[in-house]
Design a protein around this ligand. Structure first.
Ligand code: ADP
Ligand code: MG
Length: 245
């Protein structure tokens, strides 16, 4: 479903992604782990064209966003990026809109959905993330965990084929991470295809089909949770896991 090959990206002279290649199959959950600064966010942001890569290919459901360093046209970029929903560490909700407003904006504006269509979907999704009673509330009145659940529901409003999460619980107090991880686990049970950058090793181990370990702009190791956690092949992986567990 997602094929990434030989991605390259630099900020000035700093090489941030160096020949990053991986695949995600339909219905799979892929966890991406690795030290801070290893390029995890840049990789995820590149998939949704928030960063422009300088080389390599990104193909989603057979549609190329970029092929051997050459980007497709505007229409193609829109088509590929609209297949993906992204959830950020810091929620990025619109503060001047209610929860309902946050959910309904993009479907109305981008997809031209009617008020009735988007309202119905918003209600279903708020129910799903356990926030049916918060539709008329502004983000400032919500806890971090609630904000992140709104952000997840908002991403789901666009019916993405793939969900991308960039450290969705890193900005939360420890007692609030569980409610967000529960929502992501529920999506996994429903076979949503997902790429999750996370420091939550227990969660990665429980939910992921594949784990990608990145360090210094490269994918060092890819494996099932058991392979990676019980029998890492590389010293760097082992050292990182020992620090993180
Ligand atoms: P991670 O998410 O794994 O912590 P990032 O992808 O955020 O790593 O960052 C990888 C490297 O790229 C880091 O060295 C970071 O400082 C650098 N970087 C990220 N974004 C920018 C930017 N917009 N300009 C310059 N350097 C950046
Ligand atoms: Mg990051």
């Amino acid at each position: 479903m997602v094929e990434v090959s030989n991605l390259k990206k630099s900020f000035g002279t700093l090489e941030v992604l160096n020949n990053v290649s991986f695949e995600v199959k339909k219905g799979e959950v892929v966890a991406v782990i690795g030290p801070s600064g290893s390029g995890k966010s840049t990789m995820l942001r590149s998939l949704v064209h928030l960063e422009q890569v300088s080389g390599g290919s990104i193909c989603v459901e057979g549609d190329y966003l970029v092929k051997e360093g050459v980007y497709t046209n505007q229409q193609g970029i829109k088509r590929v990026t609209s297949k993906m929903g992204m959830v950020f560490q810091h929620f990025h909700l619109f503060p001047h809109l209610t929860v309902r407003g946050n959910l309904e904006l993009a479907p109305r504006l981008v997809k031209g959905e009617t008020k009735e269509e988007s309202r119905k979907k918003a209600e279903e999704l708020l129910q799903k993330v356990g926030l049916a009673d918060k539709a008329e509330v502004y983000p400032a009145k919500l806890s971090g965990g609630q904000k992140q659940r709104v952000a997840i529901a908002r991403a789901l409003m666009m019916s993405p084929a793939i969900m991308l999460f960039d450290e969705p619980t890193s900005a939360l107090d420890p007692e609030l991470t569980g409610e967000v991880l529960q929502v992501i686990k529920q999506l996994a049970r429903e076979h949503m295809t997902m790429i999750v950058v996370t420091h939550e090793m227990g969660f990665a181990r429980e939910v992921a089909d594949q784990i990608i370990f990145m360090d210094n702009g490269e994918i060092i190791e890819v494996g099932t949770p058991d392979q990676l956690f019980l029998n890492p092949r590389f010293e760097r992986t082992k050292a990182f896991l020992q620090r993180s567990l």
